[in-house]
Design a protein around this ligand. Structure first.
Ligand code: HXC
Length: 265
């Protein structure tokens, strides 16, 4: 790890560390390959909300272990549930809170990212992977389908043909294939993937926080609206940034041939 770390709130199923303005949230149920139990997801979404509200944090990395980012929702916890129990538990409603994170959120995936693990990775803004990463939606082999966005996000990210192939057969994609098809943005050696992800997050954390926030909103619009609406949303945000000190600082620093100092104002 490249910098010293200081623990934030203690949780049972996740670890939270700070590296300057970057928070690293690590899924931590190693015995079950970070299976995403309701308690883990409650802790994860609470930690994300706290970090999102913490002005000292400007970017977040979500990771697991070298062996597993997460091997899916906890099968033991839901195997015997009835339909009514599943509806009242609304576990996916809790998972969905990850969409509310406004700061840049990077998934750093090594090993298995299966089922709900793949879905949580895809809820992040982008995914970087180690060479050993394996992505898949094997729910079909359990008699179910992806339930936390897999059928929607995988299809938008990879296209219908490959998404159908993966979801109907349960086959996995290894890191090089995931890179080739745009599911991940970068692949690093397993020894350094987390340090690389943290370095990437630090680079992002050095940019203007308001510009980052609206950039994320604008890119996410591309998933949800028509091109015309998305272009309008982008244009309004672009003009809006001229009301920020960071826009003045960024452009002035370029003209002065010096690095910008962004404050988030
Ligand atoms: C509960 C799990 C688990 C899971 C692994 N384990 N995945 N427990 N839920 N999703 C446990 C195993 O039971 C085992 O516990 C221990 O972790 C180690 O796993 P092994 O299977 O022994 O390891 P290995 O042989 O290396 O195989 C790794 C694996 C396999 C290929 C990842 O574990 C696997 O297929 N896991 C399930 C993947 C999956 O189907 N995910 C989708 C879940 S449904 P013990 O006690 O035996 O040591 C889903 C729906 C999401 O995600 C819907 C949205 C909410």
């Amino acid at each position: 790890m490249s910098t010293s770390t200081a623990a934030l709130t203690q949780y049972e199923n996740i670890l939270v560390d700070r590296h300057d303005a970057v928070a690293v949230v690590r899924l931590n149920r190693p015995k079950v390959l970070n299976a995403l139990s309701p308690q883990l997801m409650a802790e994860l979404t609470q930690a994300m909300a706290e970090l999102d509200a913490d002005p000292a944090i400007r970017a977040i990395v979500l990771t697991g272990s070298e062996r597993a980012f997460a091997a899916g929702a906890d099968i033991k916890e839901m195997a015997d549930a009835s339909l009514v129990e599943m509806v009242y538990r609304d576990m996916i409603g809790v998972w969905d809170r990850l969409r509310q994170v406004k700061k840049p959120l990077i998934a750093a995936v090594s090993g298995f990212a299966l089922g709900g693990g793949c879905e949580v990775a895809m809820m992040c803004d982008f995914i970087v992977a180690s060479e050993t990463a394996v992505f898949g939606q094997p729910e079909i082999n359990l008699g179910v389908i992806p339930g936390a966005g897999g059928t929607q996000r995988l299809t938008r990210l990879l296209g219908k043909s490959l998404a159908m192939d993966m979801i109907l057969t349960g086959r996995n994609l290894k890191a090089p294939e995931a890179l080739a098809h745009g599911l991940v943005s970068r692949v690093f050696p397993v020894e350094s993937y987390l340090d690389e992800a943290i370095a990437l997050a630090k680079d992002i954390a050095s940019k203007g926080p308001m510009a980052l926030r609206v950039a994320k909103e604008a890119v996410n619009k591309a998933f949800e609206t028509s091109l015309t609406e998305g272009l309008e949303a982008e244009r309004q945000r672009f003009y809006m940034l001229f009301a920020t000190e960071d826009q003045k600082e960024g452009m002035r620093a370029f003209l002065d041939k010096r690095p910008p100092q962004f404050t988030g104002r």
